[in-house]
Design a protein around this ligand. Structure first.
Ligand code: ADP
Length: 378
């Protein structure tokens, strides 16, 4: 039933490299992944030639998309470092990125050699904002979704893009099981739930597939989810970023046209250190940080409502003051926030008149005000 790799290769037969060699015979193709009607592949190029390859990339993508049965095609340029082709650089060789030089990572913003370093605005979307955290598990996705709903309650048209490619949790948090459909131009149509236009890489691939993607593949997928999705008219698109402050996050922060970022932290010291790194990352790429939200700030007993400051609450507020960044609010660690998130109906939706919804809406109002401030100052 599904598309085969051979069909993909046949579809690519006429696509030529910038040197006029058939793409399928030049050895540049790698990592073809076919999952039912969805095709992901990468072309290995020399980072210095990335710009010249962009039209080949686009042509390959169009060719794959034209194969009967293909609904989604994503083609990325990857720059594999050749040990003998380039002298090793001393600066940033660390972690799993060693040996791979993503096309856009490690470069100053708007490098002329990078085809994706265009901070162009997205038609129809007034503002894109990021929800980030220095590490995973601090409640970033839960906060991003409830914040999006809080902004919706303020009368804004809101979208949510789950860019947490290493662990997309928006499908679980929203209970969305269906796949996005495509229109006549083969652009994906986001799924509308709770009045939000929602898109997640988790709708397209399973978590394991996303996990093995390399930097440029991640960027390409996110670029497509931003630009090749029929978002319609939105006041705000909330992007749930991958946790952390590594190369993938930095590349994203520098390539997505962000009007601002919100950093989620828990009160523990360790998480605050990570939050500081997040702040440094956005500052580096000139994205204003709207403020810090302290999640799991204090424990609120679901039975008697008594509050316990089990993590020594208030750290994020103090840290915000120290760093001169606004403090956007504190969200308690509460059973109903966890239970509603994990059952697919977030608390702002399931208990709109409850205290937690009010907290998210108040944070939403502060975010909206900061956003309006940035837009007015532009
Ligand atoms: P992240 O995106 O940072 O990895 P998630 O939003 O997926 O984190 O949250 C991790 C877990 O913590 C989830 O089970 C979620 O329901 C729970 N959680 C998040 N925020 C709260 C909160 N304020 N109170 C209770 N549970 C929470």
């Amino acid at each position: 039933m599904g598309v085969t790799k051979q069909q993909v290769l046949d579809g690519l037969a006429k696509v030529k490299s910038p040197r006029g060699v058939a793409l399928t015979s030049g050895g540049a193709l790698s990592a073809i992944s076919v999952s039912d009607s969805k095709v992901f592949l990468s072309i290995n190029v020399d980072a210095a030639e990335a710009r010249a390859w962009e039209s080949t990339r686009a042509e390959a993508e169009a060719a794959v998309r034209a194969i009967p049965g293909v609904t989604i095609a994503m083609v990325a340029l990857t720059a594999e470092r050749q040990a003998d082709a380039q002298p090793p650089r001393q600066d940033h060789h660390h972690g799993r990125d060693q040996g791979v030089q993503p096309v856009t990572a490690h470069r100053p913003p708007r490098s002329p050699a990078s085809p994706m370093s265009k901070q162009s605005e997205i038609p129809g979307i007034s503002a894109v904002i990021a929800v980030a955290s220095g590490k995973g598990g601090v409640g970033k996705s839960t906060t991003a979704l409830n914040l999006a709903l809080g902004l919706r309650d303020l009368g804004l048209r809101v979208g949510l893009l789950d860019a947490d490619i290493y662990g997309p949790s928006v499908p679980r948090l929203t209970g969305i099981r269906e796949k996005p459909t495509v229109n006549d131009e083969k652009k994906m149509i986001p799924i509308v739930r709770f009045g939000l236009a929602i898109m997640s890489i988790g709708f397209l691939v399973n978590e394991e597939t996303a996990m093995i993607w390399r930097g440029p593949m991640v960027m390409s997928a996110i670029t497509q989810m931003l630009r090749e999705v029929v978002w319609g008219t939105l006041d705000v698109l909330v992007v749930d970023m991958p946790p952390g402050t590594g190369d993938a996050q930095l590349t994203l922060a520098q390539n997505v046209p962000l009007k601002g970022a919100i950093i989620i932290s828990t009160p523990q010291d360790l998480a605050l250190v990570d939050a500081r790194r997040g702040l440094a990352m956005f500052t580096k790429v000139n994205v204003p940080v709207f403020g810090i939200v302290e999640n799991m700030s204090y424990f609120q007993c679901p039975h008697c409502g008594t509050r316990s400051d089990i993590f020594g609450h208030g750290g994020a507020r103090l840290e915000s003051e120290r760093l001169g960044v606004p403090f956007l609010g504190e969200i308690p660690l509460h059973m109903s926030i966890r239970a509603t998130s994990d059952s697919g109906t977030p608390v702002v939706e399931s208990d709109p008149d409850g205290p937690h919804a009010a907290i998210y809406r108040a944070i939403g109002a502060r975010v909206r005000d900061r956003l309006l401030g940035v837009i007015a100052a532009a």
